[in-house]
Design a protein around this ligand. Sequence first.
Ligand code: OGA
Ligand code: NI
Length: 341
Amino acid sequence: MASLLSSWSSNVLSLPVDYIVPVERRPGNPVSISKDIPVIDLTHATKNDRVDIVQQLIKASQDFGLFQVINHGVSEDLMVDAMNVGKEFFGLPAKDKERLCDDSTKFGQKGGKLYTSSGQYSRHEFKYWRDTLQHHFHPLESYISSWPQKPTKYRDIIGEYTNQVRKLGMRIMDMLYEGLGLEVEDIEKEFDKYDCAFSINHYPACPDPGSALGTGRHCDPTLITLLQQDVYGLQLLNDGQWLGVEPLPNAFVVNISLLLEVISNGKLKSDMHRVVTNSVCSRTSLAIFVSYPSDGIIQPAKSLISPTNPPLYRAFQYKDFLEFLFANNAEPEAAMKYLKL
Ligand code: OGA
Ligand code: NI
């Protein structure tokens, strides 16, 4: 059997046993789409309304750790093209995709990965119903020649897409820093230090969505993540309740992630999320992860610390945290224990 789920899942009528999730982790009762999750319009984010928009971003980050943005400046045609190319990639014949699972290819040597389930965290006792293609993209000229050659439009479209979404990420980080009162002299310079990765997640239609998960509950180990989705499946844990995140056309879902929770000394909350599958159609999502270089030191921003506001999180090297997550299957509770003082 081929290793990628997308190469064989359409041939099975029932869920293979290694995908059956223990009862306490299953999706449970259907979760409806929440209308409470903020949708923030960035149209006027460069004008007088900026202060108001910054406040909306901060409030959403505090209340939910997740929001959606619309009128964000990324070309809508490009969003459609990128989603289509992502779907086409996972629709390729197995032999065209599976070559890239081999770490010794140019793709692998440049840090690209193609894996099924949770890949590196594969010591789970069960598998997740998903495949993921992940690679770096900045600076583009260092990576583009290692990217998939099929679909033929992949490099052009994803090159432009990652460039535009990265810029959006920069604007959002700039506004979040502003809202936190953090001085960032030059966001472009700051951003150049950040490590960005792009992922396409593919969740084929699943024969038994009630017993499977696309992605287990987790918080992203990044600063922020920007996600494009067109089919329902993403859920957010808020006040102990799962909320469905509406797939809005032309919107990006933005997750506040663990590193930003630490830097903001807990003022912003990282959100815990998961992905459920469905039996009707496949679901593809595109994600841009904005995070630190692995040798970077993360700690609560000095300007947010005072005798009345002591640090709630410790200082750590990012790569040590990533190693810890790897050893602990990215369990959210273990991650929090590691980060909190
Ligand atoms: C992730 C993630 C959500 C999705 O890749 O970290 O949470 O909808 N993805 O695919
Ligand atoms: Ni995530």
